[in-house]
Design a protein around this ligand. Structure first.
Ligand code: ATP
Length: 353
C-alpha cells in the first residue's frame, strides 16, 4: 500500500491536513454533528457555568483519533468566550513545563491538553492540585534544603483528551467534573458531516455520493472529510464535478479504499489473525508484532472499527476473527476455529453435504 493510501484512511492528521481541517471545523455546539448525548450534557455544563458566572468544570474527552475532541475543546472555549491554549501530554516532560503553562494562563482560559495519558508522572501530580485548588507548589532547591513555594493560579478549565481513558490514573480521572466518551459515528451522521463540508468547499455532492463516502469513512469525520477532498479531485478531473454514488465509488477504488473503508492496518490485522493464527484467539501484543505496529496503535486505531464492523471480537483469551472477517478476506474458516464453529452448523443445516 502506498503512503498516499495510508494517509487517506489512517485517522491521524499531518500538519498540512490540520490546516485544511481548520476551515471545516464546526464553531459552535449547534454546528457540531452527532454525539447527541455528549452535546446535550456538555451544553448543560457550559450553560450552568455561564449562569453562575464561573469557569466551567474540567472536561475529559475520550475517543479515537479524528472524532472531534480538538473541535469540542475549541467550541468549549468559544462558548465560554474564553481564550484557548493548546498543548499535549508528550510535550510536558517536567513538572516545571506544566507549572510555566499554568501560571501564564489568563483568568477563565481553557487549557486543552491532548493525549493527557502520556504526561510525565511528576507533572501529573502537579496537575492534581492545580485542577482542584487552582494552586501549585513550586519546589525550589534540592535535597533536604528544598522548599515548596505555593503559587496561586487563575481559575481555568482543563479540557483533557485521551484515546485511552483506561490508562489515566484514578486520581486524575476523578478530578474531571465531566467525562464524555466519543463513539464512532453512524454513517447517517457522517453523511451530515459530508454535506456540511461539501457546502463549505463548494462541492456538488449528491445524496448517493454522500452515502457512498460515509460508508467508507470508518465512522470518523476526519476520514470522511479527507475522502471528500479526494473524491472531489476525481470528479473535477475525470467528470463534470458532480459527486454521485458511482463517481465516489470509482474514485475511492483508485485510492484503494475498500467498500467498507478498511485501511492497511485493518486489513493487516485481519489477515494475520486469519492466515497466521488460524482465526485466534491471539494476544494483542503478538498480533501487534505480526503487523509491525505498537499494541496501542492496533488497540486504539484498528480494533474499535473492526469490532464495530463485526469482524473482530476481543475475548479474555485474545483476539478472534469472526465469520465476517474470513468472508471479507475471501477465506473459509477451517473447522475447529471460532469462526468455523460459528459457520459450521449453518453449512450442515443447508442440506448441501
Ligand atoms: N461532530 C463533527 N461535526 C462536523 N465535523 C467534525 C465533527 N467532529 C470532527 N469533525 C471534523 O473532523 C476533523 C477532525 O476533528 P478533530 O481534530 O477535532 O479530531 P480529534 O478527535 O481531536 O483528533 P486527534 O485526536 O487526532 O487530534 C475536524 O477538522 C472537523 O472538521
Amino acid at each position: 500500500m502506498s503512503s498516499e493510501e495510508l494517509r487517506l484512511v489512517g485517522a491521524s492528521a499531518d500538519a498540512e491536513e490540520r490546516a485544511a481541517e481548520m476551515a471545516l471545523r464546526p464553531k459552535s455546539l449547534d454546528e457540531f454533528i452527532g454525539q447527541d448525548r455528549v452535546r446535550e450534557q456538555l451544553s448543560l455544563v457550559l450553560d450552568a457555568a455561564k449562569g453562575r458566572g464561573r469557569t466551567a468544570d474540567h472536561v475529559l474527552l475520550s475517543g479515537g483519533p479524528g472524532l472531534g475532541k480538538t473541535t469540542l475543546a475549541m467550541i468549549i472555549a468559544s462558548e465560554m468566550q474564553a481564550p484557548l491554549r493548546i498543548t499535549s501530554g508528550p510535550a510536558i516532560t517536567h513538572a516545571g513545563d506544566l507549572a510555566a503553562i499554568l501560571s501564564s494562563l489568563a483568568e477563565g482560559e481553557v487549557l486543552f491538553l491532548d493525549e493527557v495519558h502520556r504526561m510525565a508522572r511528576p507533572a501529573e501530580e502537579l496537575l492534581y492540585m492545580a485542577m482542584e485548588d487552582f494552586r501549585v507548589d513550586v519546589v525550589v532547591g534540592k535535597g533536604p534544603g528544598a522548599t515548596a513555594i505555593p503559587l496561586e493560579l487563575p481559575a481555568f478549565t482543563l479540557v483533557g483528551a485521551t484515546t485511552r481513558a483506561g490508562m489515566l490514573p484514578a486520581p486524575l480521572r476523578d478530578r474531571f467534573g465531566f467525562t464524555a466518551h466519543m463513539d464512532l459515528y453512524e454513517p447517517a451522521e457522517l453523511e451530515l458531516v459530508l454535506r456540511r463540508s461539501a457546502t463549505l468547499l463548494g462541492v456538488d455532492l449528491r445524496p448517493d455520493g454522500a452515502r457512498e463516502v460515509a460508508l467508507r469513512s470508518r465512522g470518523t469525520p476526519r476520514i470522511a472529510n479527507r475522502l471528500l477532498r479526494r473524491v472531489r479531485d476525481f470528479a473535477e478531473v475525470r467528470g463534470s464535478g458532480v459527486v454521485t454514488g458511482p463517481v465516489a465509488a470509482a474514485a475511492l477504488e483508485i485510492y484503494e479504499v475498500d467498500a467498507l473503508g478498511l485501511d492497511r492496518l485493518d486489513r493487516a490485522v485481519l489477515d494475520s489473525l486469519c492466515r497466521l493464527f488460524g482465526g485466534g484467539p491471539v494476544g494483542l501484543s503478538t498480533l501487534a508484532v505480526a503487523v509491525g505496529e505498537e499494541p496501542e496503535t492496533v488497540e486504539v486505531v484498528a480494533e474499535p472499527f473492526l469490532v464495530r464492523a463485526g469482524m473482530l471480537a476481543r475475548t479474555p483469551r485474545g483476539r478472534i476473527a469472526t465469520p465476517a472477517a474470513w468472508a471479507h478476506l475471501g477465506l473459509v474458516p477451517p473447522r475447529g476455529t471460532f469462526a468455523g464453529a460459528l459457520t459450521l452448523p449453518l453449512e450442515e443445516d443447508d442440506g448441501s453435504r
